[in-house]
Design a protein around this ligand. Structure first.
Ligand SMILES: NC(=O)c1ccc[n+]([C@@H]2O[C@H](COP(=O)([O-])OP(=O)(O)OC[C@H]3O[C@@H](n4cnc5c(N)ncnc54)[C@H](O)[C@@H]3O)[C@@H](O)[C@H]2O)c1
Length: 258
């Protein structure tokens, strides 16, 4: 391995890259030398991120739509070249007690967090299989490995994401395609801002008290940043991780253990 950026010449598509963790992943992969298709359901947000980083293009991609996924993969490959890396990062959450949870809320979480990972992976696969190479990283969650009250539906969708990741790793390994996921903890993003308010309302405390509780549950003693996650995604995409597949890497400051 030389001293140049480890992803030089590679093409990456990142979903949900208009904000939060996806934005940080787009930055990190670009810093590592990759050309990045910054995609989001919110095209304006994707455009803002793409304009901030070099060697990037912005795309609309709603991960719940197979048609949108096919169009985005075609557009990314036409603009930047064959996809080497796919990061299925887009995700949503809502918070509710199970007895108050609606089937629509369940479907909303599953459509993006579980089905969305499959839909975009399927769109990217024919090219990766033909080229006998590819790297897929999914943003799961520590909620995909542990019990999370008030987020049972979200947790179930992330357990599904991890189940898909490990099964895909076994099925696609013979094509030289690696499939891994990261499992973040309490990350400072707009998703977390919304969750702090919801959880505070449901538990009858202040959002600040909820945030302090998250930090108390984190052995490394601070809130996680999007960059904490992005650095690990960058590593999973790099040649350093060439023999890593089917891993669900905890990036939580230890909060997955508490
Ligand atoms: N924030 C956390 O604490 C945390 C912890 C663990 C895992 N995660 C996961 O990390 C990922 C990113 O979360 P975040 O905190 O950055 O959230 P965020 O809400 O800040 O950003 C999510 C982005 O995804 C986009 N998006 C939403 N629905 C989409 C769809 N159907 N198609 C394409 N894009 C869509 C949004 O427009 C937004 O730009 C998610 O999968 C989330 O579940 C977050």
């Amino acid at each position: 391995m030389g001293n140049g950026p480890e992803l030089a010449g590679q093409v990456a598509l990142v979903t949900g890259a208009g904000a939060g963790i996806g934005r940080a992943i787009a930055y990190a992969l670009s810093e590592a030398g990759a050309q990045v298709a910054v995609s989001d359901i919110d095209l304006e947000a994707a455009r803002r991120v793409a304009s901030e980083i070099s060697a990037a293009t912005a795309l609309t991609l709603d991960v719940t739509s197979a048609e949108s996924a096919a169009r985005a993969v075609t557009e990314a490959e036409a603009t930047l070249g064959p996809l080497d890396i796919l990061v299925n990062n887009a995700g949503v959450s809502t918070m509710n007690r199970i007895e108050d949870l609606t089937p629509e809320e369940w479907d909303f979480n599953f459509d993006v967090n579980a089905k969305g990972v499959f839909v975009v992976t399927r769109a990217a696969l024919p090219g990766m299989i033909a080229r006998r190479a590819g790297c897929i990283v999914n943003t799961a969650s520590m909620a995909g490995k542990k019990a999370v009250p008030l987020l049972a539906h979200y947790a179930a969708s992330k357990w599904a994401c991890i189940g898909f990741t490990v099964s895909a790793a076994v099925e696609l390994g013979p094509y030289g395609i690696r499939v891994n996921c990261v499992c973040p903890g309490y990350v400072e993003t707009s998703m977390q801002e919304r969750e702090l308010v919801w959880e505070a309302g449901l538990r009858g405390v202040s959002p600040e008290e909820v945030a302090e509780g998250y930090i108390r549950l984190t052995p490394l003693g601070r809130m996680e940043t999007p960059e904490d996650v992005a650095r690990v995604v960058r590593w999973l995409c790099s040649p350093q991780a060439a023999f890593v597949t089917g891993a669900a890497v905890d990036v939580t400051g230890g909060s997955h253990l508490t």
